[in-house]
Design a binder for this molecule. Sequence first.
Ligand code: SAH
Length: 250
Amino acid sequence: MTPIGIMSAMHEELAAVLQALPDEQRVQVAGRDFWQGHWHGRPVVAVLSRIGKVAAATTATALIERFGVGQIVFTGVAGGLGSGVKVGDVVLAHGFVQHDMDASPLFPKHEVPLYGRSRFETDVDLSASLRDAARAVLAQVADHVGPEAVSEFDLQSVRLHEGLIASGDRFVSTTAECRSLQQALPEALAVEMEGAAVAQVCADYGVPFAALRTISDRADDDAHADFSRFIRAVASRYSVAMLSQWLKNP
Ligand code: SAH
């Protein structure tokens, strides 16, 4: 069976994934630890993406070239940009754009030179099966994060959003920058630092790609006092629960 690549953005998420693999073996490539094992009987390779577009692109390329993965699923956190996209919600990416790509006037702003496009779509079928898993987990949030986290982070009415995610090599943490991103890319629901790079690598190789991002902050002046706590208490639990649910019911 062709292995599935699982990329986590944060250490805490990868640690939660590794706990679910009974038989993982570490293989080092390009200074990264890749973990080969099985989850619900399916072969997987789990790895930390590392932060930023170049690091994530190298990780994705190694997953495809060295480990022969047939699909890649990414889980991580992101800042909410769209209205109503709040902390604790999840965004299923339909596609990605690099908000810091600008080779104008030679190419239109955001267009990746020589690709003739600015957006890299995710795989429709893979995303559909992840959608079911994400919905199932969000319907029972307290079972996965516990009632304390539900009240601490106000997770009573969390939602799954779907649409465009913007990626760039910047942690967006001022209201001014958040506003200018919202103006430049009004469709973008969330902002993070890796997805567009992985989407581009997967497009180059023809490997199906899907991504789920838990909203950890609103990419504004409050982003973010409790970032690490949120990742530990909420985001990493969502990720492992959604991946587990997805692998159980492919
Ligand atoms: N303090 C963190 C740094 C994380 S960098 C640490 O100690 O590791 C931010 C990570 O979260 C990246 O993987 C990025 O994709 C995502 N992210 C969350 N909120 C973001 C925001 N507002 N802007 C950009 N990336 C964000």
